[in-house]
Design a binder for this molecule. Structure first.
Ligand code: MN
Ligand code: MN
Length: 468
């Protein structure tokens, strides 16, 4: 062995996933990513993603668990929770007490929610007040086309699903920004203060109704359109859940079309690849489960978030339908023997902002699936920190399947930090590690992923599902 060969053997170098793929894999990658862009276009809210997951699952032979009285090996079921989170399972042939292979992603993304009483008229224009959801840079949401998605109930209880701004002939909406000519004061502010939360107001109309009797003529005209189009009144907003998202579609990025640019890839890129993974599972030994949760971006609270008991309850339901009974000990045994990939995005090193990353331990777009042993902030605060045993086991599963993967942490030490659902899964007494797709411009309206990494994430989840 030459020294060069010996060094190659002894040292570790991150691989580029594109360079490691054969033609067949590349073809599969482009196909997967074309379908993924469609998924992103159809699922811009957690409700739309959950509905899309149901539709895809049913096409793959999954049944609503509520319609099934007993389960056996090979059965495929899903449990939808309040139209915002979903668990899918393929029942394995071995005893469920040996545990489940679980992959968990989230389907909520940073956005602007309408306030409960949003509509007002000012200076001859009608606007909607918003309250941002999740960690956004507010300035990124001005001066671009926005769409309105959500659910609103009419006076007689009819549920109206709003979706305006996605079709080419739909109007779009916008938050205006100040012209540079008059932005002297704004431009000298800190970026956090340049755009204030209370100025994230959506322009929704400007043509006054033809009437003499009313002062707020533009608001009146907008209300008339909303009533004609959707059958709603202003009062109906009080109970509505309406989300404002970018109106543009997912696109290929780069001359070589090596990237995907789209809104909401955190964490729908992992949700989509998790779904594709579980759909590709054939007769697994271990029960395979995919969990798509809501509310991750605001701390995983709520009955549709990871902190909800709904996961344990669904596991109990599966055990009972599989074995005819379920004790607390049964649930504990199943959950503590289970393993989880918390599938969430990582921060890709950005050539424009290299200084926030430490290159040995940063994720690179195009270098495959990223495993994150820990997240958290400062001294790993808030991290569940996966064990060496578990990281080794997962790495082995990926290696054996030829998956290209890398490791990373979120930026330099003390630069910032973040968390995922991993810590809450770990609290259930399960082995868990964060892993997913590196993202550029994370939490922005147009997030970027490398197609090779999307493909490697899919391959990782499938390999994990088939592992023992
Ligand atoms: Mn995420
Ligand atoms: Mn996020």
């Amino acid at each position: 062995m030459t020294d060069k060969e010996l060094f190659k053997h002894l040292s570790y170098t991150r691989k580029n996933a594109y360079e490691s793929m054969n033609e067949e894999e590349k073809r599969e990658m482009f196909e997967l990513c074309d379908e993924y862009r469609e998924f992103l276009n159809e699922g811009k809210t957690e409700r739309e993603c959950a509905a899309k997951a149901v539709k895809m699952a049913e096409l793959c032979g999954f049944k609503d668990i509520n319609t099934v009285s007993s389960l056996k090996a090979g059965d495929k079921v899903y449990k939808l929770n309040r139209n915002k989170s979903i668990l899918l399972a393929v029942i394995g042939s071995e005893d469920i007490k040996n545990g489940i292979n679980l992959v968990g992603a989230h389907i909520d993304s940073p956005r602007l929610d309408l306030k409960q009483n949003p509509l007002y008229e000012s200076d001859g224009m009608a606007l909607l007040k918003t309250h941002y959801y999740g960690g956004i840079k507010k300035y990124q949401w001005t001066a671009m086309p926005l769409a309105i998605h959500g659910v609103i109930f009419t006076d007689n209880g009819e549920k109206v699903e709003l979706n305006i701004g996605e079709n080419d002939d739909d109007p779009v909406f916008c938050i205006t920004d100040l012209l540079p000519h008059l932005a002297k004061d704004q431009m000298s502010k800190k970026m956090t203060d340049g755009i204030e939360g209370e100025s994230l107001n959506i322009l929704i109309g400007g043509m006054p109704a033809e009437t003499e009797d009313i002062k707020e003529k533009v608001k009146f005209a907008v209300l008339k359109i909303l009533n004609e189009r959707c059958g709603i009144t202003e009062r109906n907003f009080l109970s509505a859940e309406i989300e404002i998202v970018p109106a543009f579609k997912a696109r290929n990025v780069g001359l070589d079309e090596s990237f995907i640019g789209a809104y909401g890839q955190d964490d729908r890129v992992c949700a989509y690849t998790t779904l594709k993974g579980i759909f590709a599972v054939k007769a697994p030994k271990k029960t395979a489960a995919a969990l798509l949760v809501d509310k991750e971006e605001i701390g995983s609270m709520g009955n549709t978030g990871m902190l909800s008991a709904s996961f344990e309850m669904t596991v109990a339901e599966i055990i009972e339908k599989l074995t005819g009974k379920c004790s607390l000990t049964d649930i504990n045994t199943v959950i503590s023997n289970s393993r989880c990939l918390s599938s969430d995005v990582g921060a890709a090193l950005d050539p424009n902002y290299e200084s926030v990353s430490e290159k040995n331990n940063a994720a690179f777009a195009g270098c495959g699936m990223v495993l994150m042993k820990y997240t958290g902030a400062r001294g790993k605060s808030g991290s569940s920190d996966a064990s060496a045993e578990f990281v080794y086991d997962i790495g082995k599963i990926l290696d054996n399947d030829g998956v290209i993967w890398q490791t990373s942490e979120l930026g330099k030490v003390d630069q910032g930090g973040g968390g995922t659902i991993a810590q809450y899964v770990a609290n259930l007494n399960m082995d868990v590690i964060d892993c997913g797709v590196p993202v550029l411009s994370m939490h922005s309206p147009f997030e970027i992923t490398a197609k090779s990494d999307v493909y490697m994430a899919y391959r990782s989840y499938l390999a994990f599902y088939n592992s023992l």
